[in-house]
Design a protein around this ligand. Structure first.
Ligand SMILES: Cc1cc2nc3c(=O)[nH]c(=O)nc-3n(C[C@H](O)[C@H](O)[C@H](O)COP(=O)(O)O)c2cc1C
Length: 220
């Protein structure tokens, strides 16, 4: 699965099979989180994996009673250390860079799990105090999100996403260009792939034709 296919086909999964996730998959997913970019490469995150029934139930309750979470055999809780970022980048680091780095780590983990045939859901709705209590967190940390992981027991329809023209502007806010064929409505990574492959095929066919003509001429 190439990266774009993984990004496009990933879905939030809220129903899971009663099947354990191999330990090395859990480690690979956390490794993927580890390789995410972070401001100054400070990596001010920790990933707490939770496998016990009791604790997963407590987390599901803390996530505003999202009971479906209990069924997922693994939860990975992403916890940030904003103080570390603040030492280097002040308030902007503590607030913005910390959240952005953790979000990048979470997305890396979702995509890696998907590429391993696993389903996930990014859960951001939770009672912070409850999470601190359940996970014995020191005061200065911040819970950034919970990822449920397991084998999907549903195949949700892709939710609607805006067309690229609605969200991509040229050069300035609301900037529009409509050059024929380079217009974004026509362009997509999928189309580019088809064009690139067609070019390769044409090149190959051209070469074969040349060889054929050469052979015919040499016979004359
Ligand atoms: C920051 C954030 C918080 C989210 N919190 C929840 C949540 O608490 N519960 C939930 O079921 N889904 C949650 N989601 C998942 C979104 O509902 C889901 O990504 C969205 O509906 C699009 O569906 P897709 O992931 O299949 O593309 C969250 C996603 C993000 C990025």
């Amino acid at each position: 699965m190439d990266v774009f296919d993984a990004i496009r086909s990933r879905r939030s999964i809220r129903k899971y099979k009663d099947k354990q996730v191999p330990w090395d998959n859990i480690v690979t997913i956390m490794q993927a989180g580890k390789y995410a970019p972070s401001a100054g490469n400070l990596q001010n995150w920790k990933f707490i994996y939770v496998k016990t029934d009791e604790k997963r139930k407590a987390i599901a309750d803390a996530c505003l009673h999202q009971e479906w979470m209990e069924i997922a055999p693994v939860h990975i809780v992403v916890v940030a250390d904003p103080a570390k970022m603040e030492r280097y980048y002040g308030t902007r680091g503590a607030r913005l860079y910390t959240i952005q780095g953790c979000a990048a780590a979470i997305e890396n983990m979702l995509l890696t799990a998907h590429s391993l045939g696993l389903g996930t859901c990014w859960v951001g709705a939770f009672d912070e105090d409850e999470m601190f209590r359940i996970l014995n967190l020191p005061e200065e940390k911040i819970v950034q999100g919970v990822i449920t992981v397991g084998y999907a027991d549903e195949a949700p329809e892709p939710p609607p996403k805006y067309r690229i023209e609605h969200i991509a502007f040229a050069e300035k806010w609301w900037g529009r260009v409509e050059f024929p064929r380079t217009h974004l409505g026509w362009w997509s990574a999928g189309n580019k792939k088809i064009v690139d492959e067609s070019k390769k095929l044409l090149k190959k066919a051209g070469k074969k034709l040349q060889e054929h003509v050469k052979r015919k001429l040499s016979k004359k």
